[in-house]
Write a protein of this length. Structure first.
Length: 472
């Protein structure tokens, strides 16, 4: 493994067309002074609410060796700690492009209406089993996150996996051209971001922008179970890509032959492009099984070790806010919290309700759903919220607590016996749910990020009767 630094002063200055008075080496890149690590190059970005130049001093005190700036910050007398550039956002993009240019890694880009982060995390684990794989941290998938993730690509990495997101047309196009993936995965296309895109067909076309950056002889890995498979496949082929399909449908190149859904995991027997394999994921749900097929298809087309990749999926645990389970032990007994609070859309809520349905409920316990507004659904908002009532009843959810303007539509559509309570804010709902939950219950918490459903999770994990929490 190379011991060369991630960035030298000379290389960073050349990439950004910047100037620095001192000589330094950086082991990382940061755009947040609160989480800077020793050895980082801090890039002072200007955002809608904050200007990173105001936090250069804090970043340097936190261990950053240098700050990329477009003006000399107040109090920064030592210019040896500054990389002076014309525009810091352009500089970050230039660092990402240079890191991609110098890398020999095989690169995968992942997008989709739902499942991007989980698929990216699973693919990193599966590829790491063969050789060093770098991947986007958390959900760094926007106009800052993708260049940042690329700029962190280690010289020695054999693989790179980058998540790319959007909520408007035209946003993926420049990002995929930065990443220049050898493989592009579209997990699925669903009714999300309709407020900005209007139709699901427009969502499909926006996701298809990911093919614009594909390297020569690139491969598009697409969900054959999705209604928009042929639309995406036609666009990919027009860009010169080969198409590899995954799913439960007959004819899928990576196909699940048998799926066993359990309370806290899913087991799959699959055919991955003619290779029979079984795998287990420590997260329940058919959606995880399907995305596991996309992961193993990518492992296979990249000539990584398919067996080791499948084995690695068994050790993957969900992130906080993305399906992580907490078994809360109180004075009177134990209840379970499924923390899926990070975000929500109609398809992801339906999948979460199916997962709740499969959860083991102790004697006397209930399946409880705590749901916040789903955002960016445009003119379909009311209908899409109301429609979840069918899934609530079909999955045997006993009580539903809701918050927000739009979730009132679901509350009104539910049978009276299943209405647990409604509030306008998640903080108000947290107290209501905390008083309702009893031992034996399994409680799902989900909502769009801006609604702040993490307040409910925090309240449940900090219940007065709680003695300890065992994370699942």
């Amino acid at each position: 493994m190379s011991d060369r630094p991630l960035w030298t002063s000379e290389e960073a200055a050349d990439a950004t067309k910047g100037a620095c008075a001192g000589s330094w080496t950086a082991s990382g890149i940061s755009i947040d002074s609160r989480t800077v690590s020793p050895g980082d190059l801090f890039v002072a970005l200007r955002g809608p609410d904050r200007d990173g130049h105001d936090y250069v001093g804090q970043a340097l005190e936190g261990g950053a060796v240098v700050a990329a700036v477009s003006r000399i910050p107040v109090g920064s007398e030592n210019e040896k700690n500054l990389l002076i550039v014309d525009d810091t956002k352009a500089a970050l993009e230039a660092l990402g492009v240079r890191a991609r240019d110098r890398s020999s890694a095989k690169v995968v880009a992942v997008t989709g209406s739902v499942g991007k982060t989980g698929t990216k995390d699973a693919l990193k684990s599966a590829l790491d089993a063969t050789a060093s794989c770098h991947a986007s941290a958390n959900s760094l998938n926007n106009h800052w996150g993708v260049p940042l993730s690329l700029s962190r690509l280690p010289r020695q990495a054999a693989f790179g996996v980058f998540e790319i997101g959007m909520n408007h047309a035209g946003e993926i196009s420049p990002l995929t051209k930065f990443a220049r993936p050898h493989v592009a995965i579209v997990t699925t296309v669903e009714a999300v971001h309709l407020e900005y895109l209007g139709t699901v067909e427009a969502v499909a076309d926006a996701k298809a922008e990911i093919f614009e950056g594909l390297a020569a002889d690139g491969i598009a890995i697409l969900n054959r179970d999705n209604d928009h498979f042929e639309r995406l496949a036609d666009i990919a082929r027009a860009r010169g890509a080969d198409v590899v399909s995954f799913g439960f449908s007959e004819g899928s190149d990576a196909r699940a032959e048998k799926v066993a859904l359990h309370a806290e995991c899913v087991c799959v027997a699959a055919d991955i492009r003619g290779k029979r394999i079984t795998y287990k994921m420590r997260v329940p749900g058919r959606h995880w099984a399907r995305n596991g097929l996309a992961v193993l298809a990518a492992v296979d087309v990249l000539d990584a070790d398919l067996g080791l990749g499948a084995l690695a999926l068994g050790s993957l645990a969900p992130r906080a806010g993305r399906g992580r389970r907490h078994h809360v032990q109180g004075d009177d007994g134990r209840f379970t919290v499924i923390d899926d609070s990070y975000n929500a859309s109609p398809p992801s809520v339906r999948a979460a309700l199916e997962t709740l349905s499969a959860a083991d409920v102790a004697e006397g316990g209930r399946r409880v759903a705590v749901l916040g507004d789903m955002l960016e659904l445009g003119s379909e908002t009311d209908r899409l919220h109301s429609a979840l009532a069918t899934d609530i009843v079909g999955n045997g959810v006993a009580s539903v607590f809701t918050c927000g303007t739009h979730m009132r539509n679901l509350r009104d559509a539910l049978p009276a016996s299943r209405r647990g309570g409604h509030t306008e804010t998640s903080s108000e709902l947290a107290s209501l749910v905390g008083e309702f939950v009893r031992p034996g219950d399994v409680v799902l918490v989900k909502g769009s990020f801006a609604i702040g459903m993490g307040h409910v999770v925090k309240r449940l994990l900090a219940a007065e009767t709680q003695r300890r929490v065992v994370n699942g």
